[in-house]
Design a protein around this ligand. Structure first.
Ligand code: GDP
Ligand code: MG
Length: 602
């Protein structure tokens, strides 16, 4: 393709502002879709994505558009993930484009997350084409939103395109604006191949499919390629693009976005951000911006029914085929049995995997409270040398006397909220050990930045934020590295025995409150026994909170007056059956439901 006819762009939008609907319209307008296919949103192709209205994996489609100037352009539309957990994927998608459509809801205006994405897009030197969508809504205020885009984001919005993606208004104008405003890519066809690996996924028929952006050189079928970061070599066996169905092509030249397959078995080998070059006469320097993504949020996943363990193992392995960014290893817990310790990019990522396991694989799961990872410096002991460990599971907490220093991940959070909720939001951040770094007002709204320990955010922060702001506040974050913290392991003891699944790592300052809360909870959840049961929260050997479950007054069979033998028998049998789902702690039986309930509250 003549490079001057190529336009590569992504769409930036806050959730629900109409990104997917607009994308579908663009596909329909350029003939990629029939009216009937339009009825299903094409770009969001997983159930969960559709239900939650977010894009989890980047998808791309190629459109041919014959513009008013009579020339036919090749438009590559890249749909980027819409959630902060996938910030790195977003950055790679943006690096593959020269421009972006900024879609803003005409009734809602600019949101914090939009801002973060726009700034990223500007950093990639993108030409930004503002699109004010949903102008059909009675509450639409396109002129106000136009001014907002100029004031808040600082880009010229005088020729913003007004659209209704829903009713198909302004779609041609969007296409013309793309052609006119977004610059064509540049790249030398004769230079050594450099293609960026933008995304990869597993396809049942094709194996691992790789989405690439060619920066220079050409990719053809039969080429021997190498991944410069991953270090593996592969033979390209298909080259093509999505329209949105797969169409095979003879080659992908400089500036083009498309897909290749190369007989790769696992997505793990095809890492986002890697540079693809040829084995012979390849490029010597990789493209900038590669990062190895590391999971930051961890939790245990256990089958409710122990018999489902193998099924869980299989299901997790299958999900991993398509998502190399989560990790898992086997874990055993005295309370919950056999399961897996899993690592995720963030809370939403965790929820997505958990939900897919439950829904697609029909598994009944217990998820332990999410936690972050910690870097711990250990002093030398008589038997072990000084060392540094990464802790992913409170159960593996080392001997406290050896701990020199514990560091935890921190984030910079940006919250954007209507004024009236600001007070409660500041308090929430303060309660979570936040450090305020910035506060600005923009037309009746506040934008506040906080540095926060990630540990305090995985613990229901997002839900609290949404509830105190009635859903109006939006939130975005980036990781800013590890900082030392006064962190301790809090154990929960039932009748003197520690319950592994309930232990957690907390800041000393909040330990007592969390401990008390957990003890009160368990007091209601654990049934009475024939004896008194203490429930305690402890740090090291020191008890910081305590509740007591009173002893049961009567035997359950007492009310049968010893007369009705068969009834008494039945009752005893029922009791026995109930015991099957109990876990024994010393001589205390704790029903599985008690763990589930205690863990669900976080
Ligand atoms: P995304 O989260 O940005 O991908 O948003 P979607 O494209 O999924 O749209 C979110 C909701 O807004 C859906 O219910 C759409 O039907 C609706 N929507 C999208 N565009 C328009 C529009 O132009 N007008 C109106 N009234 N609704 C729209
Ligand atoms: Mg969408």
């Amino acid at each position: 393709t003549d490079m001057s006819l190529i336009r590569n762009f992504s769409i930036i939008a806050h959730i629900d502002h109409g990104k997917s609907t607009l994308a579908d319209r663009l596909i329909q307008e350029t003939g990629g879709l029939t009216e009937r296919e339009m009825s299903e949103q094409v770009l969001d192709n997983m159930d969960i994505e559709r239900e939650r209205g977010i894009t989890i994996k980047a998808q791309t489609v190629r459109l041919n558009y014959t513009a008013k100037d009579g020339r036919t352009y090749e438009l590559n539309l890249m749909d980027t993930p819409g959630h902060v957990d996938f910030a790195y994927e977003v950055s790679r998608s943006l690096a593959a484009c020269e421009g972006a459509l900024l879609v803003v809801d005409a009734a809602q205006g600019v949101e914090a997350q939009t801002l973060a994405n726009v700034y990223q897009s500007i950093e990639h030197d993108h030409e930004i084409v503002p699109v004010i969508n949903k102008i059909d809504l009675p509450a639409a205020e396109p002129e106000k939103v136009r001014a907002e885009i100029e004031d808040i984001i600082g880009i010229d919005a005088s020729d913003a395109v007004l659209t209704s993606a829903k009713s198909g208004i302004g779609i041609k104008d969007v296409l013309e604006a793309i052609v006119a405003k977004i610059p064509p890519p540049k790249g030398d066809r004769n230079a050594p191949l450099k293609a960026m690996l933008v995304d990869s996924w597993y396809d049942q028929y094709l194996g691992v499919v790789i989405l690439v952006r060619v920066m220079q050189g050409v990719i053809t079928k039969g080429l021997n390629i190498t991944f410069m970061q991953g270090g593996t070599n592969h033979l390209v066996d298909r080259v093509g693009c999505m329209r949105p169905k797969l169409e095979l092509l003879p080659e992908l030249g400089p500036g083009e976005i498309g897909i290749i397959t190369a007989q790769i078995k696992e997505v793990e080998q095809a890492r986002v951000g890697d540079t693809i070059t040829t084995v012979k006469n390849g490029a010597s320097e990789a493209l900038p911006g590669y990062k190895e993504v590391q999971p930051v949020v961890f939790c245990g996943l256990f089958p409710v029914d122990a018999a489902d363990f193998e099924k869980l193992r299989e299901s997790i392995s299958r999900l991993r085929l398509n998502d190399a960014s989560f990790t898992f290893e086997m874990e055993t817990s005295a309370a919950l049995g056999f399961g897996f310790r899993c690592g995720f990019l963030g809370l939403l990522h965790l929820e997505i995997i958990q939900e897919r396991l439950t829904r697609e694989y029909d598994l009944d799961l217990i998820t332990t409270a999410p936690s972050v990872f910690y870097r711990i410096q250990l002093r030398a002991s008589k038997t072990d040398p000084a060392e540094e460990i990464m802790l992913h599971n409170p159960a593996d907490y080392p001997d406290p006397s050896r701990i020199e220093k514990i560091e935890e991940p921190w984030i910079k959070a940006t919250i954007y909220t209507p004024d009236e909720y600001l007070g409660s939001i500041l308090k929430l951040c303060q309660d979570r050990r936040g450090i305020q770094t910035d506060l600005t007002y923009v037309g009746g709204r506040a934008q506040v930045s906080y540095e926060l320990p990630l540990n305090e955010v995985v613990f229901d922060f997002y839900d609290r934020l949404k509830s105190i702001s009635r859903g109006y506040a939006s939130f975005d974050y980036e990781q800013i590295g590890l900082r030392e913290g006064d962190l301790v392991k809090m154990s929960i003891l039932v009748n003197g025995d520690p319950v592994d699944a309930l232990s957690m790592i907390v800041h000393r300052g909040v330990a007592e409150a969390r401990g008390r809360h957990m003890c009160e909870r368990l007091k209601d959840l654990i049934p009475r026994h024939l004896f008194k049961i203490p429930v305690q929260a402890a740090i090291g050997g020191k008890v910081i909170a305590r509740e007591t479950i009173a002893a049961m007054r009567k035997d359950v069979t007492a009310k049968c007056y010893g007369g009705d033998i068969s009834r008494k028998k039945k009752l005893l049998e029922k009791q026995k059956k109930g015991k099957a789902k109990m876990r024994e702690y010393g001589n205390v039986s704790i029903p599985q439901e008690a763990f589930i309930a205690a863990l669900r509250m976080g």
